[in-house]
Design a protein around this ligand. Structure first.
Ligand SMILES: C[S@@+](CC[C@H](N)C(=O)[O-])C[C@H]1O[C@@H](n2cnc3c(N)ncnc32)[C@H](O)[C@@H]1O
Length: 248
């Protein structure tokens, strides 16, 4: 997967490849990230990339000439890539959107700055707008880095254990179960017995039950949307019967 980021702050975006899973993805060749700056297409000696908005109002806007030139250069570099503008007005990034983006061969992520970009660039060069949440950042770079990190985890061969993706929060519309490591007892709190039992079926059943309970508590909306399949019903009934019996 090739990702070209159009940004006035290439050094900020480059940091995404310095550590963690994106770095692994880039070192393995599964992910290539490069940047293009609109400033490189500025024609005047001040290398201007912004101007005041028509109609007045606070702040500046990215001017269309330099931004469009940078996007066009990115399109030449990554033929056929979808052009996504990072924007609080875009479709909110979620698991389904990340999966769809990870299936693309190439993407161009455009980072706005100031009060945003000239709308004519959106009308002519942008395929889709993507938001990382209902709040306003000062630039699209952190959003682009979020997209790159989330995609990197999904690329084949990048995560050592592909199972861990399957158990991630939001897979199967459930949040992840609690995790424990050594020591067995820490500050008087013991790891649940079942996790040290060596009984893999019991461990899997405990984890499934925990995923259901964590989701019902932390994200009732997700739990309600998912509904209860036969397996979930059986696990919750068994747990309820167990608690009822131990509470008499
Ligand atoms: C200060 S913001 C502009 C906000 C714009 N005036 C508005 O209220 O919709 C500058 C840039 O940051 C990026 N940005 C801000 N919030 C974002 C979000 N929630 N998701 C993705 N990108 C965002 C966009 O690229 C945007 O053009």
């Amino acid at each position: 997967m090739r990702v070209t980021v159009v940004t006035l702050f290439p050094e900020l975006v480059a940091a995404v490849g310095d550590s963690g899973i994106p770095r692994v993805a880039m070192e393995s060749g599964a992910l290539q990230v490069d940047t293009i700056s609109p400033r490189d297409f500025a024609v005047n000696r001040h290398r201007t990339v912004d101007d005041r908005p028509f109609g007045g109002g606070p702040g500046m806007l990215m001017i269309p000439e330099t931004l469009a030139a940078a996007i066009s250069a990115a399109k030449k570099r990554t033929i056929g890539a979808r052009v996504l503008l990072m924007s609080p007005q875009g479709r909110r990034l979620d698991r389904a959107a990340v999966h769809a983006l990870a299936d693309e061969a190439a993407l161009i992520l455009v980072c706005g700055r100031y009060e945003g970009i000239d709308h004519r660039v959106i009308d002519t060069l942008v395929d889709e707008q993507v938001s990382i949440g209902d709040y306003v950042l000062s630039g699209g770079e952190l959003g682009a880095m979020v997209v790159i990190d989330a995609i990197a985890r999904r690329l084949p061969g990048v995560l050592g254990d592909a199972e861990s993706v399957v158990q991630d929060s939001f897979e199967a519309q459930l949040l992840d179960h609690p995790h424990y490591t050594r020591p067995d007892v820490w500050q008087g709190m013991a790891v649940p017995d079942v996790l040290r039992s060596g009984d893999h079926r019991a461990i899997e059943a405990w984890r499934e039950l925990q995923r259901l309970c964590v989701t019902a508590t932390a994200r009732p909306d997700l739990f309600y949307q998912r509904g209860l399949d036969e397996r979930a019903r059986a696990l919750l009934t068994a747990e309820w019967l167990h608690s009822a019996a131990t509470n008499v």
